[in-house]
Design a binder for this molecule. Structure first.
Ligand code: HEM
Length: 403
């Protein structure tokens, strides 16, 4: 057998085995745990009712980027989105790329070796507010709450050149190599059609299953992150708080989608590392090591607030009516070297999803405006996007939007 034919054969056999064994992920704890320990790896479907990456389990690596489209009219936009969608579909499938005979550049990066397989890759695409400007005649199709991310209280370092975008691309994967592979394939296959605005690479050091309580990871301030996050395994909770429903008064194509808020938030880690532990804990409202609410033993204990000053009390005061403000957080830590003053550039790629931007991120962020944590963080960029449902079988990305 010719080497490349052999590879193709192995790959096909591999793909069949994959279909049999690799979970089209259900996001339950077992799958997530398996991925951490190198057990059964994860494969997320590209098609379906919702973009799978939104509720995909916590992942070890990610890339978040904002890009503009080069298209000048509707048909060019359709072509760009079609290409983008098929690139994402291929990279999420875990299936091998077509083999070209020697003399041609290989169609895949090669980073994941010959048998790509399930690598926990999920890619979430979002449409930015600017996609609905006058270039493509889409103004009347804009999701009702989509807007350019405004400046919040502590946002004096948020710059347009490292924010917003016609599109967002959010890659999650089980390893940095898989995230880089996915992003590079997508960039390669849409070259000339997408203009990058900003990009950040992120990671999560997932806590081993045996030691894990509720939160899957810690942030770069050393605290458990995700303790009080929404349970993505509860479909009715996701319907209530994450997915746009037919009676939300949204354009028809948007049903099954969700709003995405991204914030690149730098942490002033040198200052943080010189702050007393009890001050740090007061500021968040949780103990650093255990993740338990202040004065309590367990991460799962329900916090009791004496005032509404701490980060968790402001973010979720647990007052009547505040349940509708709950958001699904799906962020990453990031590390970006040193700034011009030799200070470490580290922080949080905050990403969250919600059915209503106003009830979700905007309300929560307004409550956080003025919190003590602000002394230790500087938001640098981000954006608001709308994550459409995946295209129906056989149809291209953007088909329903542009119909
Ligand atoms: C660098 C910035 C931030 C850091 C270091 C941080 C850290 C934390 C920590 C340690 C917790 C407690 C553990 C948990 O439940 O996950 C928490 C909870 C939470 N954070 Fe943040 N956070 C940041 C920014 C934000 C932003 C921008 C928002 C939204 C606007 C937000 C919303 C929340 C919410 C909703 C909770 C859960 C509160 C609860 O239900 O108890 N956080 N955060």
């Amino acid at each position: 057998m010719e080497p490349h034919n052999r590879r193709r054969f192995l790959a096909t056999a591999g793909a069949a085995a994959l279909a049999a064994t690799a979970v089209a992920c259900t996001n339950d704890d077992d799958d997530e745990a398996g991925a951490v320990g190198g057990g059964p790896a994860r494969l997320y479907p590209y098609r379906g009712e919702h973009q799978a990456g939104v509720t995909a389990g916590p992942s070890a690596a990610g890339i978040v980027a904002g890009l503009d489209v080069r298209a000048e009219d509707r048909s060019e936009l359709a072509a760009t989105l079609t290409k983008l969608g098929s690139s994402i579909e291929q990279v999420m499938s875990g299936e091998p790329y077509e083999d070209l005979p020697g003399g041609f550049p290989a169609l895949d990066t090669g980073i994941l070796g010959e048998d790509i397989g399930p690598a926990g890759i999920s890619v979430v695409v979002g449409y930015g507010d600017s996609l609905f400007d006058d270039r493509f005649g889409l103004a009347d199709q804009k999701p009702v709450e989509l807007q350019r991310m405004p400046k919040f209280f502590n946002d004096y370092l948020v710059r347009p050149e490292r924010s917003h975008g016609d599109l967002s691309i959010t890659v999650s994967a089980d390893s940095s190599e898989a995230a880089v592979h996915a992003f590079r394939q997508i960039m390669r296959e849409t070259r000339g059609d997408l203009i990058p605005r900003w990009m950040r690479e992120g990671f999560n050091k997932l806590i081993a299953e045996e030691q894990r309580g509720v939160a899957p990871a810690r942030n770069l301030m050393g605290f458990k992150d995700g303790t009080a996050n929404l349970d993505t395994g509860d479909p009715s909770l996701m319907d209530d708080l994450v997915w746009v429903s037919p009676d939300d008064g949204q354009p028809e194509w948007a049903v099954g989608g969700t709003y995405q808020a991204i914030r690149v938030i730098r942490m002033m880690v040198e200052f943080w590392d010189r702050t007393r532990l009890n001050e740090q804990e007061d500021l968040f409202g949780r103990h650093r090591d255990s993740g338990a609410p202040l004065g309590m033993e367990n991460e799962t204990d329900t916090p009791v607030f004496t005032d509404l000053e701490s980060h968790i009390a402001r973010a979720n005061p647990r007052t009547p009516g505040s349940e509708k403000n709950l958001i699904l957080r799906r962020g990453f830590n990031y590390v970006g070297g040193f700034d011009q003053n030799d200070q470490l550039d580290q922080g949080l790629l905050f990403v969250c999803y919600q059915r209503s931007l106003e009830d979700g991120f905007i309300t929560v962020q307004r409550r956080l405006d003025g919190e003590v944590l602000e002394e230790y963080i500087r938001p640098l960029g981000g954006g608001f996007f709308f994550v459409p449902p995946p295209p129906p079988d056989g149809e291209p990305l953007g088909g329903t939007l542009l119909a």
